[in-house]
Design a protein around this ligand. Structure first.
Ligand code: AMP
Ligand code: MG
Length: 425
């Protein structure tokens, strides 16, 4: 990417307003400047869990390999049966799952068959046990079923030569089974995304140290660690950086040199950004936005050296909200993931009134419960201040209040977005 492409392209939009950036617009801008990892590695099936395929998985076989029975019963020729009548057939053998019947079935014959057993040569239909009657040791009477009934066709799950899974697909438990069902032991995945992060602030100290006057413990590096770990990133914790130009500049240079993405928290609100801005302009190209949302107003995005950069706010809840609303989806793209759902929302009845000012999107924290009539209800966690991290621990969901609306009355429906669902989508 050539220098200043991000700045030029985005800032020339006619309605570009860094001081009131709508959530959706910020997402779109960010999405336009992501360069996914391109190198890949081979991993064994189990190690592929959570990784993104860098190559289609082509089926080397038909799955299933043979037509097989979906029921315990008798394999027959559909053409031997007559609609509305029972038919007597000679029983000439048995087919078990894993032990096929190796003869050929002729007209008027049948083979006792178990679920999963290969349909014998000459047969095309299975009549389930309950619709048959043994007349003698070697003769069975069967009900009519149309030709092909109760069989699973070769290749009906996956066809030989077809892409069972496509490049850009994130591997889930079902996929591990699918890959194993093809007899494949290794797949190609993109290398892990390297993400370096640090906290900024003279007031911050690490756990294990006694707090001095005016100091607080650094919690953001722990929530960021957790969110990145759940996304399967390779993480590089750069620690706490003091609010001095030299310390901040060095931290950016070092982080950008060893990572695909740099994430910081704090230091992008107005006063501090004044000193951070010139450093970032020197090292790369970064835009500073005030997002029309609560919590999470200040956000910086761009490139530092060759790394993508996200400057998150300092307040602990704002860090998590901006990560889930902007960074997470961007990281998935950078990991090479191609298709995915936008984070789904559903409606729940809000049991308490909510304060809300029109003009910004709010992500209040909510606790869900299911009423006796099976309807989902939601109530806010309490104080919605952006420093109240306990609200994120208690919350099941974000209550997403769109830009235009004002306060919500008790009993109204609101959109909710599961926080766990955000991770998995
Ligand atoms: P800032 O954006 O740097 O002005 O920070 C906004 C608020 O978040 C201030 O109250 C900071 O003390 C607090 N804060 C910033 N970084 C952290 C952190 N790593 N852990 C906990 N609180 C933080
Ligand atoms: Mg600060």
């Amino acid at each position: 990417m050539t220098k200043n492409i991000i700045l030029r392209t985005i800032t020339q939009e006619s309605d570009y307003d860094p001081n009131s950036m709508p959530v959706e617009k910020a997402r779109t801008y960010i999405g336009g400047f992501l360069e996914p990892v391109s190198s890949s590695e081979c991993v064994s099936i189990r190690d592929a869990l959570g990784r993104v395929l860098s190559e289609d998985v082509i089926s080397p076989v038909n799955v299933p390999q043979h037509d097989n029975s979906a029921m315990d019963g008798y394999a027959v020729k559909g053409a031997d049966l007559t609609e509305g009548k029972k038919t007597d057939l000679n029983v000439i053998g048995t087919a078990f799952a894993g032990q096929p019947f190796d003869g050929i079935m002729r007209n008027g014959e049948s083979v006792r068959i178990m679920t999963g057993a290969v349909v014998p040569d000459g047969a095309d239909t299975v009549i389930m046990q309950e619709r048959t009657e043994k007349k003698t040791e070697n003769v069975v009477s069967v009900d009519f079923f149309p030709a092909g009934a109760n069989t699973r066709k070769a290749g009906e799950d996956l066809k030989l030569g077809s892409a069972a899974l496509q490049t850009g697909h994130k591997v889930r438990p079902a996929d591990l089974g699918l890959i194993a069902s093809l007899g494949i032991s290794e797949v190609k995945v993109y290398r892990k995304l390297r993400v370096a992060f640090f906290s900024t602030g003279d007031e911050l100290v690490g756990v294990g140290t006694a707090l001095g006057d005016g100091q607080i413990y650094d919690s953001n590096r722990y929530t960021i660690f957790g969110m990145l770990t759940e996304l399967g990133c390779e993480i590089i914790d750069m620690g706490v950086i003091k609010d001095t130009p030299d310390a901040v500049e060095n931290a950016f240079i070092e982080s950008a040199n060893i990572s695909d993405v740099v994430i910081t928290s704090g230091g992008v609100s107005v006063g501090e950004a004044d000193f951070v801005k010139p450093i970032l302009n020197k090292l790369g190209e970064v835009l500073f936005w005030k997002i029309a949302m609560k919590p999470g107003r200040p956000l910086a995005f761009g490139k530092v050296g060759r790394s993508h950069f996200f400057g998150l706010p300092g307040n602990p809840v704002a860090v998590m909200v901006t990560f889930y609303q902007f960074v997470q989806s961007a990281l998935k793209t950078l990991q090479g993931q191609v298709t995915r759902l936008p984070s789904p929302t559903f409606k729940a009845r809000c049991t308490e009134p909510l304060k809300k000012a029109p003009g910004r999107t709010e992500f209040q924290r909510g606790i869900l419960s299911r009423a006796a009539d099976n309807e989902w209800t939601v109530k806010p966690t309490g104080d919605q201040g952006s420093g109240i991290l306990s609200s994120m621990s208690q919350a099941h969901c974000f209550i997403v209040l769109p830009t235009d609306i004002g306060k919500v009355k008790a009993g109204e429906f609101v959109d909710v977005q599961l926080i766990r669902g955000l991770v998995d989508s």
